[in-house]
Design a protein around this ligand. Structure first.
Ligand code: 5RP
Length: 233
């Protein structure tokens, strides 16, 4: 048998996604995120385009999201036509509720996700409530996107910063490549006291393209849990 195991949080992700998609209005240029929660946002926007005549155009953050948006009939645009976006809605791997700082990139799309998020007036996060953490780094590694040439040296330098570094690979042992054909180093730092400084330090390594710490970028988080929907601004 093939296929993915059912996602027990799918219903919560869908609730948060539908609420976030309701923020999108006629005429908006929209950034579309990547991942299992963003999937529900794209599905809901597609439904609104088809059934309600919602008029939007969108920039996807990955090849996978682009394929889904095309299937849903969502008109796509480019940064040439829309250098600024009205809203981007995307998932996250960790959310610090006090600051709305995030870890993203478990799906490998962090570079385009950060570009699309930074281009938007509003950056809305959708997730189930299991993504809340007291400190970033508690639940999952920080992904760092790295140019393939010389990645071994970048890995050593990330290790000297205190990370346990694992190059992301497929089950068959081949390297995972991002849509931009770069590698991902998954870096376990443990709880991160100063994510802003860590992000700056990671960026200072030659060969690093981007990292998955999204600091002071999100304007709103919409999460769903057993207690209902929570909106943090
Ligand atoms: C992909 C991402 C995703 O938004 C993040 O991994 C959350 O995914 P999901 O909604 O499937 O939990 O950053 O690069």
């Amino acid at each position: 048998m093939t296929g993915k195991a059912p996602d027990p949080a799918a219903n919560l992700k869908q609730q948060a996604a539908i609420k976030a998609a309701s923020l999108v209005q006629d005429g908006m240029a929209v950034g579309l995120g990547t991942g299992s929660t963003a999937f529900f946002v794209v599905a809901e926007l597609g439904r609104r385009v088809r059934e309600e005549g919602l008029k939007i155009c969108a920039i996807p953050t990955s090849d996978a999201t682009e394929a889904q948006a095309r299937e849903e009939g969502i008109p796509l645009t480019t940064f040439a036509a829309h250098p600024e976006l009205d809203i981007t809605i995307d998932g996250a791997d960790e959310i610090e509720p006090r600051t709305l700082n995030l870890v993203k990139g478990r799906g490998g799309a962090l570079l385009r996700e950060k570009i699309v998020a930074s281009a938007a007036k509003q950056f809305v996060i959708v997730a189930d409530s299991s993504k809340y953490v007291d400190h970033l780094g508690m639940l999952c590694p920080v992904p760092v996107e790295v140019i393939p040439f010389g990645w071994e040296n970048v890995a050593v330098k990330l290790g000297r910063m205190g990370a346990h570094v694992t190059p992301r690979k497929h089950r068959d042992g081949s390297f995972y490549l991002t849509d931009e054909k770069n590698l991902i180093m998954d870096c376990v730092f443990g709880p991160i006291e100063d994510p802003h400084k860590l992000g700056t330090d990671i960026h200072s390594i030659v060969g690093v393209v981007e990292h998955g710490l999204f600091i002071e970028m999100a304007t709103q988080a919409i999460t769903a849990g057993p207690e209902g929907i929570r909106v943090i601004t």
